[in-house]
Write a protein that binds this ligand. Structure first.
Ligand code: 5GP
Ligand code: ZN
Length: 141
């Protein structure tokens, strides 16, 4: 048995509530069921996070995310759907095998809440322009 819990789930060594499987991806209920139908989509190959994931795998994962998202919408009629992907411990990642959370949303008390604080006023126009230039330079490397 591998030390990665999601690799063990994919291999069938740990039971899971499987929703969907194809050559490249596997989808199953998150054990925490933050909201009804909370599902995880993972690549079958072990990659730790977004930064390790090859582009081809990313495409496969998001094709499955859309497919499972449609099924969740049709089946449970949520009012909305949040996609959450935590990369790194600081971002809340606890299982280090890439995964996307599909969290169907029903109302403001359904169990999921994301806190968004606005800090736009703390950056001047010059700050934002310097940040933009730095980032665009990184992208062109
Ligand atoms: P993360 O915090 O890394 O974004 O999410 C990891 C998720 O994996 C958590 O929401 C947690 O509930 C789920 N999880 C951890 N262990 C298991 C397990 O053994 N089975 C299932 N189905 N989900 C798990
Ligand atoms: Zn793994």
């Amino acid at each position: 048995m591998t030390s990665c819990i999601f690799c063990s789930i994919i291999a069938g060594d740990i039971p899971s509530k499987k929703i969907y499987e194809d050559e490249h991806t596997y989808a199953f209920f998150d054990i925490s069921q933050v909201t009804k139908g909370h599902t995880l989509v993972v690549p079958k190959n072990h990659h730790e996070n977004l930064f390790d994931l090859p582009e081809s795998e990313l495409n496969h994962v998001y094709q499955s995310v859309q497919k499972v998202g449609h099924a969740l919408k049709e089946t449970f009629s949520p009012a909305g759907l949040n996609l959450v992907n935590n990369n790194g411990e600081a971002a809340g990642q606890t299982v280090f095998h890439y995964h996307v959370h599909l969290i169907p949303r029903y109302d403001s008390t359904d169990g999921f809440r994301a806190k968004w604080e606005e800090h736009g006023s703390e950056y001047s126009e010059a700050d934002l322009e310097a940040m933009r230039v730095e980032l665009v330079q990184s992208l062109s490397k």
